[in-house]
Design a protein around this ligand. Structure first.
Ligand code: SF4
Length: 423
């Protein structure tokens, strides 16, 4: 076998160069695109007319890590409540920027409810739902004018479920004249991209700053999304909002989103992401934020919570001790993060390992900041604990879980508490 002469190149996303938008509320500025980190955003599923219920859900999403939260603004009653939602959030000390999601009547709502237009930090405009015929450009223009008047960025968000039908019909006609017509799916890709970029260029001709335009072209198929965004990224330098629309529920929605977004993010495509998960009955809306954050953290693009490495378990360990301990530690670390973000700067990069037996336990634990290797079946009832790569002590007896918990807490206080004091 040939000896290697060059080191293996690490795999890491090479970011696409894009313009940068600023989504602002008060002193909070969330930059999107350019050299900004990839942002996490989410959307409420409350009735916006219920200002208190919506404000509470926005707060939950923000605490879970959503850096912008979108709310539906679909009726005059909803538009009238937006300033009160903002007020409630400000009172609770939640400065997350709010994004208004408009369809069909956004031009009227943004004109008739100036307090709504002012309280929102960004407007989502769907060019497929702003009116037909000669109304299209006029109503789209009214929304762009509102964005310029209030100095807000816009997301021009095309969705294949609500694609501009006149544009699609025109492209279909052109396609039918080709000597070898394209597959209808490829025409649909072209329509999505043409609608998004064409609308952005129209907005710029109307006077909108191109930096304040973010684009999205959402579809529900993984391969479709990858194809469309690769081409969208190639054809423009607007910041891109990335997400699989109608991703679905549970495992299917999670996996589809992770695969689609992961592939594109690895190629440097995507400046802000949303995981459009259908919550399972009883599941918290915040789950979509958890998954979006995990996607970015798994790729090494962001750090949000300390990561817990746990082995899957196998025939070498028949007890559930390590599964229970891994879950307990993971839940505990996540629950503490809203407070720890300020109290222990850097703690989100910490790695904890909880392993099931001696085969990979000590090795994996040494790679973590703090790790424990629990005894497998037939092994001596001892659990070595590794701190900063060195074996620090061995736990024995029935109280291993509680003792390890305490060791983790002490480690965090000692290592990251000092950083807070010196910051
Ligand atoms: S560390 Fe041990 S228990 Fe865990 S998967 Fe590997 S061999 Fe199995």
């Amino acid at each position: 076998m040939d000896q290697p002469c060059l080191p293996i190149e690490p795999a890491f996303p090479k970011p696409r160069r894009s313009r940068q938008a600023q989504t602002v509320w008060g002193s909070r500025i969330v930059t999107v695109g350019g050299d900004a980190p990839v942002r996490v955003q989410s959307m409420t599923n409350t009735d916006t007319v219920d200002a208190i219920g919506t404000a509470i859900q926005v707060k939950e999403l923000a605490i879970a890590g959503s850096e912008m939260v979108r709310i539906t603004v679909n009726t005059p009653e909803a538009a009238a409540q937006v300033p009160y939602i903002r007020e409630q959030l400000d009172r609770m000390g939640i400065d997350v920027p709010l994004i208004g999601d408009f369809h069909y009547n956004g031009h009227r709502l943004l004109t008739d409810y100036p307090a709504c237009a002012e309280a929102l930090s960004k407007y989502r405009i769907n060019p497929g739902n702003v009116g037909k015929g000669d109304k299209h450009d006029r109503q789209f223009g009214q929304m762009i004018e509102a964005a310029m008047r209030w100095n807000k960025p816009v997301r021009i968000g095309v969705n294949w479920g609500s694609l501009d039908q006149e544009l699609l019909a025109g492209l279909m006609d052109t396609n039918s004249l080709r000597p070898e017509p394209w597959d209808a799916r490829l025409v649909m890709y072209e329509a999505l991209i043409t609608s998004a970029i064409g609308s952005a260029q129209l907005a710029e001709r109307m006077g909108m700053d191109g930096n304040q335009i973010i684009l999205s072209c959402k579809v529900s198929g993984v391969q479709d999304l990858i194809a469309v965004y690769r081409e969208l990224a190639r054809r423009c330098d607007y910041a891109l909002h990335l997400g699989l629309t109608e991703a679905g529920m549970g495992t299917k929605g999670t996996v589809a989103s992770a695969v689609a977004l992961g592939i594109l993010l690895q190629e440097g495509i995507g400046d802000t992401i949303r995981v459009s998960l259908t919550p399972q009955p009883g599941e918290a809306r915040t789950q979509e934020v958890v998954i979006a954050s995990e996607i970015l953290q798994s790729l090494g693009l962001r750090s949000f919570v300390p990561s817990v490495t746990a082995c899957p378990g196998c025939g070498r360990t028949t007890s559930q001790t390590f599964q229970v301990l891994a879950k307990e530690i993971d839940d505990y670390l996540r629950a503490q993060m809203p407070v720890w973000r300020k109290k222990y700067p850097g703690v989100e990069k910490m790695k904890v390992a909880v392993m099931g037996c001696i085969v990979n336990g000590p090795g994996e634990s040494k790679h973590a900041d703090i790790g424990i290797s629990l005894p497998g079946t037939g092994e001596a009832p001892a659990a070595p604990v590794f701190i900063d790569g060195q074996k620090a002590l061995t736990l024995r007896g029935d109280n291993i879980a509680a003792e390890f918990h305490q060791i983790v807490e002490n480690y965090i206080e000692k290592r990251f508490g000092q950083l807070a004091e010196t910051a």
